[in-house]
Ligand binder design. Structure first.
Ligand code: TXA
Ligand code: MG
Length: 343
């Protein structure tokens, strides 16, 4: 397939991309979280192309992207809580799961009777949705299993030849995928995937509702996941990733010892990276989880350009705010291999 790439798309180029969506084709586009690979969400055939292009298992459902909260009712049975949260956080990095209407085919929802809905906060994404007049089903625009793309180069690396059109839009501001939640009958909120909208923010917006984090836990083989995506290996570079937990000084000393091995790389804060040398990638300042979130996927991808690196030791991020979302992605990249480093 010949892929058209518009690095800085004009309004007319976004309009022609919207036509591609209407005709059942695939368009990669920027959002504030990560780039998405979009197709018409009311067409099972179009959605099937997404799974094929990504090499994604067909029971892993897609998020549908709309431009306005009022449109949600056309595609699902909305709840009061949805509108409350939409008022606070949409457009923005929050996805809400609700019971789907028949217009959304089960190809999009991985066979489920629910659908995930979000309003992205990026001008190009919103224009693409508006010009197409359709909801756009879009997972992250990476080949299945690889880190989500946070800049145009990543999307081109994975989707050139697989999507009809790629729209650029700079570096994604957040750098991690949206927070995903489901509202339960008892009015509590289940957190299926942590992101920039934190449990504290959700609870405050929902009048003190209980938020139960069901996201960061390894599932047994026989267990049915809360969110289907939870059972798949994710975000992984080719090298093996190991997360190190312990106080900063002990972890750094351990890393310095391991640095003698040329096949070892590091993911750590910028001060530690300076001390560890050229196979160390920095995810930013230690006290800044927003910066770590922004840089995580870029760094995980960067290891793939260093074939000599077979093992990556990653420092544990701080866990407050968006830090718990960074940790969630990191331990999935590590296949839950977290090692405690003694004092
Ligand atoms: O920030 C984002 O959410 C990005 C951008 C492109 O919008 N999209 C994204 O999509 O991360 P994806 O496909 O990589 O992740 C979607 C995840 C699925 O893996 C699944 O865990 C969950 O959303 N999901 C979708 N529909 C669901 C449903 N009906 N019930 C439970 N989980 C669902
Ligand atoms: Mg994804």
């Amino acid at each position: 397939m010949n892929t058209l790439i518009y690095a800085e798309p004009t309004e007319n180029e976004i309009k022609s991309a919207a036509k591609v969506i209407k005709n059942g084709g695939l368009v990669a586009f920027p959002t504030e979280t990560v780039y998405g690979l979009g197709a018409c969400a009311t067409s099972g055939d179009a959605a099937a192309k997404i799974y094929a292009a990504k090499g994604r298992p067909s029971d892993n459902p897609l998020i549908i992207h709309i431009a306005k909260a009022e449109d949600a009712e056309k595609y699902c049975y909305t709840t009061e809580l949805f509108y409350k949260l939409a008022k606070c956080f949409m457009p923005g990095p929050l996805t809400v799961i609700m019971k789907k209407r028949d217009i959304i085919p089960t190809t999009v929802t991985g066979g489920l009777d629910t659908v995930a809905v979000r309003i992205p906060m990026h001008e190009t994404a919103l224009k693409l949705i508006e010009f197409s007049g359709l909801p756009i089903a879009a997972p992250s625009a990476n080949i299945s299993g690889r880190p989500s793309p946070t800049c145009l180069d990543h999307v081109v690396a994975d989707m050139n030849g697989r999507a009809d059109v790629i729209l650029g839009g700079g570096e994604c501001e957040v750098g991690l995928e949206s927070t995903i939640i489901r509202c339960e009958e008892d009015l509590s909120i289940s957190l299926l995937r942590p992101g920039a909208i934190t449990p504290e923010m959700l609870s405050a917006a929902a009048g003190g509702a209980l938020v139960v984090d069901v996201s960061t836990r390894k599932l047994e083989d026989s267990e049915r996941p809360q969110a289907p995506g939870m059972k798949y290996r994710h975000y992984a570079p080719k090298a093996k990733v190991i997360v190190l937990e312990g106080n900063a000084e002990s972890v750094l000393r351990y890393m310095e010892k391991m640095a003698k091995d040329e096949s070892v790389g590091f993911l750590c804060d910028e001060e530690a990276a300076k001390r560890l040398g050229k196979r160390a990638f920095s995810y930013g300042r230690r006290d800044n989880a927003v910066e770590m979130a922004h840089n995580l996927f870029k760094n995980l991808r960067a290891f793939d350009d260093h074939e000599e690196i077979h093992t990556v030791y990653a420092d544990m991020p701080r866990l407050d705010g968006i830090g718990s979302a960074v940790y969630n992605r990191l331990i999935k990249a590590a296949g839950f291999d977290v090692r405690r480093i003694g004092e």
